[in-house]
Write a protein that binds this ligand. Structure first.
Ligand code: SF4
Length: 300
């Protein structure tokens, strides 16, 4: 049952983090217009099960007035609203209040602020901490998103064979993380990756929407295009089994996707997402309507 729609309000970000699975950065293009937001919120109502609307990115505060208007529209329709931000604007307490107060007045139900070594090297004094402090003072429902750099640990992460190394820290090996962070990490045989460990591709609880109309089940893995088919209809008719990428992933993970699509691949990968993402990169031109947009694969 789909309960959450996450608007990637913009792909643009002031930062360019190594772990970003959307390849966001200052040069990344693509931002929602109000008209598009309105259209998809109307569809959210029609779906009937959606409770949460999130505004994230990229960095949604880069398009602050549009984000506020989007929140206002969603709240007027009765949705609970969350916002995800890196708090780049958090300079001084008085100024932060100016940025955050309107969100409180609109009754947002979650303000998630990224604070980790990818975003800010100084753990004790940084914009995220300043914003968290002011958010608490304003009684905003604040939470922290913390992703550590990958470390080899035992007993953490996805299911794996006893005694084998796993990678902790919460970094997802998709997008820019695959380009930047996998070099020294231990790998396991491709045959072990027989399920998608993170996404419920059969019955997704939330999807991400981008300004090009893509409805992401996982970053760069699209259910379809909401500008070509109404989102409510798409969600109603969605059948993972007949989706050319999700079908094999549901039945047997990236290992089956590789076999069914006859993709040449390496013998070993860091984890299921690394394998899945690497396969999808090779399948982009075969399934352009489902593996899109190319920019989240680091291509233009
Ligand atoms: S990258 Fe593939 S295996 Fe990983 S969560 Fe996404 S769909 Fe699942």
């Amino acid at each position: 049952m789909l309960t959450g729609l996450h608007f990637l309000l913009t792909y643009t970000c002031n930062l360019e983090c190594d772990h970003c699975f959307l390849y966001s950065g200052p040069q990344a293009q693509g931002t929602f217009t109000l008209n598009q937001i309105r259209q998809l919120l109307d569809e959210a109502v029609k779906i009937g099960t959606v409770e949460w609307i999130y505004f994230e990115g990229g960095e949604p505060f880069l398009y602050y007035p549009i984000m506020l208007e989007g929140i206002k529209l969603a709240r007027a329709m009765g949705f609970r609203v969350g916002v995800v931000t890196n708090a780049y604007y958090a300079t001084a307490e008085e100024d932060i209040e100016v940025w955050l107060k309107p969100l409180g007045e609109l009754g947002i139900a979650d303000l998630s602020i990224s604070n980790d070594p990818y975003h800010y090297e100084d753990e004790k004094e940084n914009p995220a901490l300043r914003a968290q402090k002011v958010a608490r003072k304003l009684n905003l429902p604040v939470a922290e998103i913390r992703i550590e750099e990958p470390q080899v640990t035992a007993g953490a992460g996805e299911k794996q064979g006893k005694g084998e190394p796993v990678i902790g820290g919460g970094t997802m090996f998709r997008g820019r993380a695959v380009e930047k962070l996998i070099a020294d990490l231990p790998r396991r045989s491709w045959q072990e990756f027989t399920e998608c460990p993170y996404e419920d591709l059969e019955s997704p609880k939330r999807v991400h929407l981008d300004p090009y109309g893509n409805v992401h089940l996982c970053q760069g893995l699209s259910m379809g295009n909401a500008w070509e088919k109404p989102l409510s209809k798409m969600v109603k008719e969605y059948d993972a089994g007949s989706h050319p990428i999700c079908g094999p992933l549901v039945r047997g993970g990236p290992a089956l996707l590789a076999k069914e699509c006859r993709v040449e691949h390496e013998d070993n990968y860091v984890d299921a997402c690394h394998f899945c993402y690497s396969l999808r990169l090779k399948l982009l031109d075969r399934f352009p309507q489902y593996l899109t947009p190319k920019q989240v694969y680091g291509l233009e």
